[in-house]
Design a protein around this ligand. Structure first.
Ligand code: HEC
Ligand code: HEC
Length: 358
């Protein structure tokens, strides 16, 4: 049932992605200035509402005006070169304070919008609606610190590009909070990793993986059963098994999913991350504790710790499994994981900073 559904869904989403990118290409080369009231705004007269809305969302994503002291934008912690994750264990917020968790790669989150089932967002799944998520980082006292959304909308509506794009996108002169969220959601859902080699391979049966990559795939799916939790190359379908405690700690200081459900069984359970572009999203885990993929593989090899909520998929005879992954197998696993890198996504000009950097 699951694979049938994803079979239908992937082409549908790919198609949606193609539509998005075709429509965006018209305004691909335009740039706007980084000064707070830019004189130059893109010449997008005559484009459709979707184009203008998505473009507006993109500019907002890169605009530091969204933070209290104009110090950080969404892109400060979600960097295109890192598949819209951060290359720091913990990110730096508007006042230089650190976030409590590792920034998550923003990619393939359209399920949460298109309404194909439930897609948990954040490490503890505390949001599943992208529209209501948008204002959370803005209001967050560490991230962007704008607790007054009315004041923020006033600031944003003074921006020249907002004045130009709002009428085109929404037919109104002022950008409302809902329109602001819609524009950002519209941009965020264009961030997809459909062009990575594994996805292309799975979709079109191109057989383009090398022998070592294939071996890595076999190890991932069969020998070490990583695929019991991670299903790269497929559209993820989420359910209660989409969270796991993988034995990082014997007692968890961050209780993860339990914070949301208040259930003791959910202590230390975190969302199973999407491994697309994983080679670009170091450091790893909800707190960024591992600097490299080798550290991650070492954890699964010898580091899994016992606790009352350790996932049964990582247990054997009631004890934590120690996968003892050999050096050779680690190389093959890394080669396989690298087939999940989407170079188009991280260099796509439609996803890049539209502001001219000084
Ligand atoms: C100061 C750094 C910082 C800034 C600024 C920031 N984020 Fe994040 N973002 C994070 C961190 C850290 C997480 C993970 C938080 C958690 O799970 O508790 C996250 C998670 C997310 C997620 C969840 C992705 C998923 O798959 O679960 C989305 C979407 C997101 N941010 C969008 C945005 C948007 C949009 C903005 C701008 C309005 C923004 N972020 C600004 C650090 C930041
Ligand atoms: C029981 C389910 C489960 C199994 C089995 C599993 N993982 Fe994970 N994996 C997770 C969860 C959950 C996380 C995030 C944990 C956290 O941050 O607390 C994770 C994190 C990761 C990360 C870091 C991703 C990031 O963005 O931070 C990588 C890489 C990874 N796993 C690879 C593997 C490999 C390779 C295997 C097989 C050897 C494997 N996993 C087996 C559930 C699992």
């Amino acid at each position: 049932m699951k694979s049938n559904l994803s079979f239908k869904l992937i082409p549908a989403l790919l198609f949606a992605g193609i539509l998005f990118s075709v429509s965006c290409s018209k305004i691909k080369q335009t740039e706007i200035s980084e000064t707070y009231l830019p004189n130059e705004v893109p010449n997008i007269t005559g484009v459709s509402n979707v184009d203008a809305g998505t473009y507006l969302g993109r500019a907002l994503f890169y605009d530091k005006v969204l933070s209290k002291n104009n110090a950080v934008s969404c892109a400060s912690c979600h960097k295109q070169a890192n598949a819209f994750a951060d290359n720091m264990a913990l990110s730096t917020g508007f006042e230089g304070r650190k976030t409590t968790r590792n920034s998550i790669a923003i990619q393939n989150i359209s399920n949460a919008v298109i309404g194909f089932g439930f897609q948990p967002l954040f490490w503890d799944g505390r949001e599943n609606d992208l529209g209501s998520l948008i204002t959370k980082p803005i209001e967050n006292h560490i991230e962007m610190g704008m607790d007054d959304m009315t004041a923020l909308m006033k600031k944003i509506n003074e921006r020249d590009y907002v004045k130009r794009l709002t009428p085109l996108a929404f037919g109104t002169n002022e950008l409302s909070i809902d329109q602001f969220k819609n524009a950002l959601v519209s941009f965020l859902t264009t961030i997809r990793s459909d062009s990575c080699r594994l996805t292309v391979d799975k979709l079109f049966g191109t057989q383009n993986l090398t022998p070592i990559e294939r071996r890595g795939e076999f190890l991932f799916n069969t020998t070490y059963q990583c695929a019991r939790c991670h299903q790269p190359g497929s559209i993820a379908f989420y359910n209660e098994n989409s969270f796991a405690n993988i034995g990082l700690d014997a007692s968890n200081s961050d209780i993860g999913l339990m914070r949301v459900t208040k259930k003791e069984n959910d202590r230390g359970r975190f969302k199973i991350p999407d491994l697309h572009n994983v080679m670009l999203t170091a450091p790893y885990m909800h707190d960024g504790r591992f600097a490299t993929i080798d550290d991650v593989l070492e954890h699964y090899s010898h580091g899994i710790l016992k606790s009352s909520t350790l996932d049964t998929r990582l247990m054997e005879n009631n004890e934590p499994v120690q996968l003892n992954i050999t050096t050779e197998d680690r190389e093959a696993l890394k080669a396989f994981l690298a087939t999940l890198t989407d170079y188009k996504m991280i260099t796509n000009p439609n996803l890049a900073n539209p502001f001219k950097t000084k």
